[in-house]
Design a protein around this ligand. Structure first.
Ligand code: PLP
Length: 356
C-alpha cells in the first residue's frame, strides 16, 4: 500500500510529474539538453524573482550548501541557526576546514535582525548562512527584516537555505539581496528527491574567484563557468530525468499561479495550526510559525511513536520530532501538491486514533 506522505519532504508527487521521469533519455551534450536546462533556469528565475543565474545540481540541497560555504568563504563564516538544519551549515564549514562561528536562537524562536546585527558588527565575517524555514523546529525566520541588516555589509556573501520553503512561500531573492539561495526538489516544489537548485549573484562569483580551495564537484564558480561557456550544459552528467520532471512541474506551478499557490499554503498552515492549538500546543513561536510544516508540541503527553505507527498502518506518514524533539513533538508537512482536503482527512484520522 502506498503511504500518503505528510512528512516535511519528500512529498507526494503528482503522477504526471512522476511520468516525466520515465521519458526516454537524451544525450547531455545535445542541443535538446541545453534547451531543457535553459528552460528550467528561466522558470526558476521567475520563481525566485531574480536576475541572478541559476545552478542545478544532481545532489540534494546539502551538496549546494557545501558548495556555497566552500566556494565563497574567504576569512570566516557566521552561521545563524534555528535548529538542526541551521547547525548543518556549521558542520559543513568545519568539515571543510573553514573558520566559522555558530549563533543559535532559543528553541522554537527565530533568529532576529538584532542577533545578526550584533554578530556582523564585529567585522569578523565575510559570509553568512541563514535558514529561511527550519524544518526541525517549524520556525520560519523573519528573513525580510534580517536582510535589511545584511544589505549594509557589502562585502558579505549572503547564503540562504530555502530548502523547505521554496515553491510554497514567496522568496524574493533580489529584493532580499541574497547571493546564494538554495532549494531542493523534494519539498514544496513537488518533485522527487535527487536534485537541488541555487541562485548565484555576480558578487558571489567574484568572491569565489579569490577562494583557492573550492573543492571539485560543488565548485560553484566552475559550475557557473560551464553553463555560460557550454550553453547551460553541466561539467558532469546531470539527472536528465529530474530535469524533465522539474521543467514540467514548474509549468504546473505557474499554471496554478504563484499567488494562488502561496495562498493555498497559508490556508493549510492556518488550518493545521488552529487544529494543533485546539488539541496540543505549537512548538514554534506562533509569530514565526512555518507555512510549509507544523511542529506540534506534545503537550498532552501522547505516545508519538505509537501515533506515527498507527497512522502508518492506515496509510499515512507523518514525522516524529526531529533529533532531541523525538516524542516531544510531531511534524505535519503541508506543502507542494497537498490540498486542504488531504489535511482534513489526515487530521480526522489522527483524531480517530487519539480519540480527540
Ligand atoms: N535545510 C533544510 C531546512 C532541510 O529541511 C533539509 C532537509 O530536510 C536540508 C537543508 C537538507 O536538504 P537535502 O536533504 O535536500 O540535502
Amino acid at each position: 500500500m502506498h503511504k500518503k506522505l505528510f512528512i516535511p519532504g519528500p512529498v507526494e508527487v503528482d503522477q504526471d510529474v512522476l511520468d516525466q521521469m520515465a521519458r526516454p533519455l537524451i544525450g547531455h551534450r545535445t542541443k535538446e539538453a541545453s534547451e531543457l536546462q535553459r528552460s528550467i533556469s528561466d522558470k526558476l528565475k521567475k520563481l525566485f524573482y531574480t536576475n541572478n543565474e541559476i545552478l542545478l545540481s544532481t545532489s540534494s540541497g546539502t551538496g549546494l550548501m557545501e558548495g556555497a560555504v566552500r566556494s565563497c568563504t574567504r576569512k570566516r563564516a557566521a552561521v545563524f541557526s534555528t535548529g538542526a538544519f541551521g547547525n548543518k551549515w556549521y558542520e559543513i564549514a568545519i568539515a571543510n576546514g573553514i573558520e566559522a562561528d555558530l549563533y543559535q536562537s532559543e528553541p522554537g524562536k527565530p533568529i532576529t535582525a538584532d542577533i545578526v546585527e550584533k554578530a556582523l558588527a564585529t567585522g569578523k565575517y565575510d559570509l553568512i548562512t541563514l535558514t529561511h524555514n527550519e524544518t526541525s523546529t517549524g520556525v520560519m525566520n523573519p528573513v525580510s527584516e534580517i536582510s535589511k541588516v545584511i544589505e549594509k555589509y557589502e562585502d558579505i556573501v549572503y547564503c540562504l537555505d530555502t530548502v523547505s520553503s521554496a515553491g510554497g512561500v514567496k522568496i524574493p531573492v533580489d529584493e532580499w539581496g541574497v547571493d546564494i539561495c538554495i532549494a531542493s526538489t523534494q519539498k514544496a516544489l513537488g518533485v522527487p528527491p535527487g536534485m537541488s537548485i541555487c541562485t548565484i549573484s555576480k558578487k558571489a562569483l567574484e568572491v569565489a574567484k579569490t577562494v583557492k580551495n573550492r573543492g571539485f564537484y560543488f565548485d560553484l564558480l566552475k559550475l557557473h563557468e560551464a553553463i555560460i561557456k557550454k550553453d547551460y550544459q553541466y561539467p558532469s552528467t546531470p539527472s536528465i530525468s529530474h530535469m524533465y520532471a522539474l521543467d514540467y512541474q514548474l509549468d504546473k506551478i505557474f499554471e496554478e499561479g504563484l499567488e494562488n499557490r502561496y495562498a493555498r499554503h497559508e490556508e493549510m498552515a492556518n488550518y493545521v495550526r488552529t487544529w494543533a492549538k485546539k488539541h496540543f500546543e505549537l512548538f514554534a513561536d506562533e509569530n514565526y510559525a512555518s507555512i510549509t510544516l507544523t511542529n506540534v508540541k506534545n503537550s498532552s503527553n501522547i505516545d508519538v511513536s505509537s501515533l506515527v505507527s498507527q497512522l502508518d498502518d492506515r496509510g499515512y506518514l507523518i514525522s516524529n520530532g526531529y533529533g532531541i524533539l523525538k516524542n516531544k513533538a510531531f511534524r505535519i508537512g503541508h506543502m507542494a501538491e497537498t490540498r486542504l482536503d488531504d489535511i482534513k482527512e489526515l487530521l480526522g484520522v489522527i483524531e480517530d486514533i487519539l480519540k480527540l
